[in-house]
Design a protein around this ligand. Structure first.
Ligand code: NAP
Length: 289
């Protein structure tokens, strides 16, 4: 027996496997393409040649594949259902809340315990203090796995028993990060066009991280308490500022897709009568399709 089995050795699964090994755990691994196990085998992992063998090798099985279809396919392979009774499956592949509910039903029908999770980290951050890992499922089951999962992420958090909520949080976070990646890249294009080094821009923005953190807490509270009427900057003011962003981007002859998209949402909110409210009042035009 080993302490933990890692199913899936892509970029993320390999990082998870390395973190378990670095934490002194014995690790069994399985990957559809066996060659990807070689690096972890050199670090001491044992490669199983079948999924059933991999699952039977450890009481805790962490799955990190491309998506839930792949995870469901792996758990549906010949001989696997018979090995699941009493095992703990920790499923970390990305997907939707409904897919998490369906996979839990599949695992539980074979007698397994099931936790679902969402990773908030790059592979290079796994095992370190910056890595986030949200886990949902039965609280006692989480408590039993917590010391093991803590090896993966300094920011390990249990976020409740609703099995869909890890994926709800990760998709909500992805909405934020989609704008972050596009917005940062657009900002870097402005800097380049003005002769400013993009690395310097990264440092300047990172220095503002405490402001972003405080603002996210503020926005969350304002939305939860439905009190948009006491703004320090209004939707009207920011709509005008984004107009300057569009104009400046045009002047620099860089793409205007992102600033125009942002302007269109702010304008919708202004036209809907929320111009004098907090920027987070944008949610009022985003709630409905
Ligand atoms: P990846 O490098 O593309 O690896 C994908 C893994 O899934 C490989 O092990 C691949 O096996 C396996 N796979 C795909 N389809 C399969 C199937 N039908 N049957 C069996 N195995 C299958 O992806 P990754 O970056 O490791 O990401 C894995 C998961 O972590 C994704 O859900 C991703 O969204 C999530 N995630 C990744 C990051 C990141 O920074 N990379 C961050 C947060 C979350 P083969 O080697 O045989 O192709």
């Amino acid at each position: 027996m080993s302490d933990v089995t890692m199913i899936g050795l892509g970029e993320m699964g390999s990082a998870l496997g390395r973190a378990f090994l670095a934490g002194g755990k014995s690790v069994t691994v399985w990957n559809r393409t066996p060659a990807k196990a070689a690096a972890l085998e050199r670090l001491g992992a044992v490669r199983a040649s079948t999924v059933a063998g991999a699952i039977a090798a450890s009481p805790v099985v962490v799955i990190c594949l491309s998506d839930y279809a792949a995870a469901s396919g792996v758990l549906g392979e010949d001989g696997v259902a018979e090995t699941l009774d009493g095992q703990l499956i920790v499923q970390l592949s990305s997907g939707t809340p409904d897919q998490a509910r369906e996979l839990k039903a599949q695992a539980v029908s074979s007698g397994a315990n099931y936790l679902d999770g969402a990773i908030g980290a790059w592979p290079r951050q796994i095992g370190g203090p910056e890595a986030g890992l949200l886990i949902v499922g039965n609280e006692d089951v989480f408590a039993s796995a917590e010391p093991l999962l803590k090896l993966l992420a300094g920011g390990l958090s249990y976020v409740g028993s609703n099995i869909g909520h890890a994926k709800a949080f990760s998709n909500a976070g992805l909405a934020y990060f989609a704008a972050h990646w596009i917005g940062f890249s657009h900002g870097a294009a402005i800097c380049e066009a003005e002769g400013i080094d993009a690395g310097t821009f990264g440092e300047v923005m990172a220095g503002m991280a405490p402001f972003f953190g405080e603002d996210m807490r503020h926005m969350g509270r304002v939305i939860a308490e439905d009190r948009f009427g006491d703004p320090e900057a209004t939707i009207k003011t920011i709509t005008s500022d984004i107009g300057w962003l569009v104009e400046s981007s045009r002047d620099l002859k860089i793409g205007v897709e992102f600033p125009k998209f942002a302007a269109s949402i702010f304008l919708r909110a202004k036209d809907a009568g929320f111009g004098g409210e907090e920027p987070s009042a944008l949610i009022k035009v985003l709630r409905k399709a």
